[in-house]
Design a protein around this ligand. Structure first.
Ligand code: MLC
Ligand code: AMP
Length: 517
């Protein structure tokens, strides 16, 4: 058994090997105070795994999951790993049209969704010929009462399966959809090697130690909350105080019992806005980590002044996991994303493809065990996004200083990051352009005090069309996850263009820069 385990590159084998010897220790604690021991986590995962196997799922089959955050949702992720399935998490805010695309593209064998989406999810499963569908509620006790085809209820009847299905390092563990500049989402294929290498690196780089407790208030359908946060905590055999969503007051109440917190910049802005947030709140914390979006220098300094803590900023992507991090013990330099993580090569190239000198700005590229092998069924994208010598083009623009600190100064990809969520303008523009009366549109990100950037739409009406901004919002509401919806619509006569006829979004960003200030 031991030699079998050693050869098994399944991430779950690695995580399980680090669970505490005393399995009665808490793995998760909900905001309500209810705790789940490592024994419960392991047994539930094993029962879920057994159930997955009875559905005829074989290694490599996809399991799509669109549920709210809960301990059971985490067990489901771990069971997908244990059973060798490929986990496909979907943001719980995604709407029917968005999910339709993912199910069609990834062809999952099983779909698990929120009970409230029963009507349209059932229809989509029929459309895509997906036989195995279940619901998983945020609070599974309520779900059982409703008598639905509950994942948890069905799976917990099944005997635990102890075997961890053997996977090679390059086998897929997960597919994460990330929107694209063409408006069509791409499935980033993430391997067991990608996840294990990054988890081990972060666990050691951030100095996880016995007794650490993570306050986990991020969603678990993206890299930050699912991989970065959960993997480091599980590798450490730690307890996670598991809040179903971020609420600044609830976080402040829980922080005194935690030692590590990970969040997006919006969460730090919201903590600082709370009068009750103080040095005492953070007395037990040894590490605050920020990422997924730029942390403003003013937030970094305000946090330092309020709490005495220098937030550790790191930088990553869905496709690559974490790439750089400020050091745990060395200088945490506000406004930078720190140093390339051990074993990861980062370089900056100019437009001609030549290496930039220290401090010179260019396109950031990355290579290492953390980098995805490619996009799901998109060979043409793989050619575009990788260099001949195997570097992945991040689409971020930055520089590396003489002392190796990396700074992100912008993006070459047309992307808005709002509260840590990525919004690709093209996806919204395609929908806006379909609205009767719209001649053309440009979607931009504008500075926003809470979300960092907020989505705004600039629209040119067709001549003689009668259109007001509320018509625009009504037309697209329900077609996109709410966080992608423009927070402001501007109706204009025309869009600024350069000599080549390309819309000058920079001009628009300048024109409307003060909208949310
Ligand atoms: C919610 N809303 C947003 C939003 N989040 N609008 C814009 N941007 C966002 N990020 C809108 C909702 O649609 C809703 O609109 C209203 O705000 C209230 O919704 P809510 O659910 O109550 O929001 P709230 O709880 O306040 O959420 C804010 C947040 C959340 C910051 C806590 O967005 C969040 O958890 N962000 C983290 C994202 C994340 O994990 N990113 C990691 C990606 S991985 P209405 O109109 O319905 O009222 C990655 C790689 C890496 O990037 O490096 O980590
Ligand atoms: P995602 O596709 O959601 O994984 O988002 C990845 C993108 O988030 C990166 O390409 C960056 O543009 C951005 N990002 C992540 N972390 C940081 C950070 N610390 N500073 C600036 N941008 C960041």
């Amino acid at each position: 058994m031991d030699s079998y385990k050693k050869m098994n590159a399944n991430l779950y084998a690695l995580l399980q090997s680090r669970f505490p010897g005393d399995r009665s220790l808490a793995a998760l604690e909900k905001a309500s105070g209810k705790t789940y021991s490592y024994a419960t986590l392991e047994e539930s995962t094993a029962r879920y795994t057994g159930f997955i196997r009875t559905l005829g799922v074989v290694a490599g089959d996809r399991i799509a999951v669109q549920v709210e955050k809960s301990p059971e949702a985490l067990f489901l992720y771990l069971a997908c790993l244990q059973s060798g399935a490929v986990y496909l998490p979907l943001n719980s805010a995604y709407q029917e049209g968005e999910i339709d695309y993912f199910l069609g593209d990834a062809t999952p064998k099983v779909v698990i969704y929120q009970p409230k989406n029963e009507m349209w999810m059932g229809t989509l499963c029929d459309k895509h010929g997906i036989k195995h569908r279940f619901t998983l509620a945020e609070d599974n006790e309520t779900e059982n009462e409703a008598g639905r085809s509950s994942w948890h209820e069905n799976a917990m009847k099944h005997p635990p399966m102890l075997e961890i299905v053997r996977r090679g390092p390059d086998d897929l563990a997960s597919i994460l959809y990330t929107s694209g500049t063409t408006g069509r989402s791409k499935g980033a294929m993430i391997t067991h090697r990608n996840l294990s290498s990054n988890a081990l690196t972060l666990h050691s780089y951030w100095g996880f130690k016995p007794g650490d407790v993570l306050l986990h208030a991020l969603p678990i359908f993206h890299v930050h909350g699912l991989f970065v946060a959960c993997h480091t905590a599980l590798l450490n055999g730690s307890k996670m105080i598991f809040h179903s969503k971020f609420d600044a007051k609830a976080a402040i109440a829980a922080l005194p019992r935690a030692t590590v917190f990970m969040g997006v910049p919006t969460m730090y802005v919201r903590l600082l806005a709370e009068p009750a947030f103080s040095t005492q709140t953070c007395a037990n914390i040894r590490l605050f980590v920020s990422g997924s979006a730029p942390l403003l220098a003013e937030t970094f300094h305000a946090f330092l002044a309020c709490t005495g803590h220098r937030i550790l900023e790191r930088y990553g992507m869905t496709e690559t996991g974490m790439i750089t991090s400020n050091p745990l013990d060395g200088e945490r330099r506000g406004g930078t994303v720190g140093l390339a993580l051990p074993g990861i090569a980062v370089r900056v190239l100019d437009d001609a493809g030549k290496n930039c000198a220290p401090g010179e700005i260019g396109g950031l590229q990355v290579k290492g065990d953390n980098v995805l092998p490619g996009y799901w069924q998109m060979p043409e994208k793989n050619k575009e996004e990788f260099t001949a010598d195997g570097y992945f083009k991040t689409g971020d623009v930055g520089k590396i200083d003489a002392d190796d600190y990396v700074t992100i100064v912008g993006r070459s990809k047309d992307l808005v990051i709002s509260g840590g969520y990525n919004v690709y303008p093209k996806e919204i523009e395609l929908l806006l352009d379909e609205i009767p009366g719209v001649a053309e549109s440009a979607v931009i990100g504008l500075p926003h005090p809470d979300f960092g950037e907020a989505v705004a739409a600039v629209i040119v009406k067709k001549p003689s069309a009668i259109l007001v901004d509320s018509d625009v919002m009504t037309a697209i509401k329900g077609k996109l996850a709410a966080f992608k919806l423009p927070k402001r619509v501007f109706l204009v006569e025309d869009l600024p263009r350069n000599a080549m006829g390309k819309v000058q979004k920079n001009e628009l960003r300048k024109r409307y820069a003060d909208t949310f200030k």
